[in-house]
Design a protein. Structure first.
Length: 79
């Protein structure tokens, strides 16, 4: 598996995106509008991060790896 030099702020934003998505996915979420706005803000922050303009960020595999890395951290925290 390839390794990509993700900046910490990009990893943190992806982790927050996952957490916000999970909070919004529960039945009858509290503060749903705020969660949706937060999800949109994080989506834009991730999509337009300067990392994607670097040679390492050009690969579609980098986006997949970022999602896996963020989800893996969540799974490790749960254990």
């Amino acid at each position: 598996m390839e390794r990509f030099p993700f900046p910490e702020d990009l990893i943190r934003a992806q982790q927050e995106w996952h957490a916000t998505y999970r909070a919004l996915a529960v039945p009858c979420p509290r503060h749903a509008t705020e969660l949706r706005r937060r999800l949109l803000l994080l989506s834009v922050r991730i999509e337009w991060h300067p990392f994607w303009s670097t040679p390492a960020g050009w690969s579609p595999a980098a986006r997949v790896q970022l999602r896996r890395l963020a989800a893996g951290d969540r799974q490790a925290d749960a254990a």
